[in-house]
Write a protein that binds this ligand. Structure first.
Ligand SMILES: NC(=O)C1=CN([C@@H]2O[C@H](COP(=O)(O)OP(=O)(O)OC[C@H]3O[C@@H](n4cnc5c(N)ncnc54)[C@H](O)[C@@H]3O)[C@@H](O)[C@H]2O)C=CC1
Ligand SMILES: CC(=O)C(=O)O
Ligand SMILES: [Mg+2]
Length: 445
């Protein structure tokens, strides 16, 4: 089944007679529309109005659905078509709010002047107190230059704002962290690094998001060296953590020894190269990759991976195939080898739909909606902020991946993203490693 990225709510009016809803749903299903929610908006003596959410593969299929409903005639028609996703974004998805009541003048003078001045002075005396008396220690900047927004390409940071707001909403929901989108209008590494360094003191951590390769590598490396707060490029390490977790689960389910499995990576950009590095560091011996860019292949070789000549060769060679190219439909069903694990992780559309991959013989298949860095970044930052860690180490990332794999139910690749216990398990695992590393540093000094 192809991805159903066209989601619309149809406002459908029918005569108030039993059986009409059944006729409508049958008509939708007959042309391949997938029904989500159905709510009754209005019931009158003569007619009933319902909002029916329909998931379609394309605008063309949506048109067919509308025509199929209207072809029922006898007083059945589509009154309106609303785009729920666009509608849900009106006014944005986040809002900064206060934690203290402002009901009296006394409250006002505590929250703001003159009371607040004494807090400023306490921070002047001891800058460390800023963590205690402000929200800085619980706030993460979500920084993008807009050069690799999902798989949509270099569409600019303004157009990337809905994604950044989404990450902020997820930070709040899954980890109680305030995420603040920062849209940069430069993708020059020196300018980006300088800007981020100038604003860093207002944040407990920096999440770099949807910054394209290869400049993302230098930016993250330099910021990690030059700042004393945790910095993580989510498309690299958040994705690598969740992919490692999925692959651990796949091998556990299939009774395969992961370290001896042959892994193939299609697309060696931010996500792909970080996945390869993570796998090699985890002890997986054979990691192969392909990319259109020679520079990306050279990078893989420098990390200890090997390159192959073509997509076809990679599909023939590898037991586990991971794709992060941003190219929908790149993997054809006839390329799938019996028993392969296929993770087609590009958003918003995968390189192959998991159902097509399974039909073609894959033993496990998933896409970027399920194997998604949402399972990693909230808990990772919760853990490092709790521990007041100054960095995010490889050991913390592996601990996060193992925590995700441990919370995955038998027979599945990855836990449900709405299961709060996964995010709590990731946070705890990361915090424990962070505290352990702090102890180790103390002991060696
Ligand atoms: N599921 C998840 O959690 C995540 C998914 N992604 C997805 O991965 C995709 C790539 O993201 P990034 O790595 O940030 O972008 P990127 O631009 O850094 O990397 C894409 C790479 O794919 C290569 N490529 C493109 N077409 C190719 C082809 N036909 N054959 C071989 N290589 C090809 C490019 O040369 C580039 O190196 C996007 O669609 C994004 O949505 C990224 C991060 C997280
Ligand atoms: C999930 C994500 O970060 C991406 O597709 O870019
Ligand atoms: Mg991303």
């Amino acid at each position: 089944m192809a991805a159903r990225n066209v989601i619309r709510t149809l406002i459908v009016e029918t005569p108030s007679k039993p059986g009409n809803l059944g006729k409508v749903t049958t008509a939708i299903g007959a042309v391949g529309g997938d029904i989500g929610d159905v709510t009754t908006e209005q019931v009158g003596p003569l007619s009933t109005v319902r909002a029916i959410t329909v998931h379609c593969e394309s605008e063309e299929q949506l048109e067919k659905v509308i025509k199929a409903i209207e072809a029922l005639e006898n007083g059945i028609f589509v009154r309106a078509v609303s785009d729920e996703v666009l509608h849900a974004h009106i006014g944005g998805k986040i809002h900064m709010t206060k934690k203290m009541d402002i009901r009296s003048l006394a409250d006002l003078r505590k929250v703001y002047t003159p009371g607040v001045a004494s807090v400023c002075q306490a921070i002047v005396k001891d800058p460390e107190k800023a963590r205690y008396y402000t929200s800085i220690g619980n706030t993460v900047a979500i920084v993008t230059d807009g050069t690799a927004i999902l798989g949509l390409g270099n569409i600019g940071s303004l157009a990337g704002m809905p994604v950044m707001e989404g990450k902020a909403a997820l930070f709040d929901h899954f980890a109680g962290i305030s995420g603040v989108p920062i849209l940069l209008d430069t993708s020059d590494p020196d300018e980006m690094i300088s800007t981020i360094k100038h604003i860093a003191q207002g944040f407990g951590g920096i999440l770099l998001e949807d910054i394209g390769s290869p400049h993302c590598f230098e930016i993250e490396e330099r910021l990690k060296q030059e700042l004393d707060i945790p910095v993580m490029h989510d498309d690299q390490h958040g994705t690598a953590v969740v992919t490692l977790a999925a692959v651990i689960s796949a091998c556990r389910n299939a009774g395969v020894d992961l370290k001896n499995a042959v892994v193939g990576q299609i697309g060696l950009g931010a996500a792909g190269l970080a996945i390869c590095r993570m796998f090699l560091a985890y002890g997986i011996k054979q990691v192969y990759g392909i990319d259109r860019r020679k520079e990306a292949l050279d990078r893989l070789a420098s990390y200890g991976g090997a390159t192959l000549n073509s997509l076809e060769e990679l599909m023939q060679t590898c037991d586990i195939v991971i794709a992060t190219t941003g190219v929908p439909g790149l993997i054809k069903p006839e390329m799938i080898r019996q028993g392969q694990v296929i993770l087609a992780l590009s958003n918003p559309k995968p390189e192959i739909d998991p159902e097509d991959a399974m039909k073609a013989g894959a033993v496990f298949a998933s896409d970027g909606r399920s194997v998604n860095n949402v399972l990693g970044f909230p808990g990772i930052f919760r853990g490092v902020l709790n521990a007041q860690a100054k960095n995010i180490s490889h050991r913390m990332l592996v601990a996060a991946a193992e925590a995700i794999a441990q919370t995955t139910k038998e027979g599945e690749l990855i836990p449900h993203p709405l299961d709060m216990s996964v995010h709590q398990a990731v946070a705890l695992a990361v915090e424990e490693v962070a505290l352990l590393e702090q102890k180790e540093i103390k002991n060696t000094n």
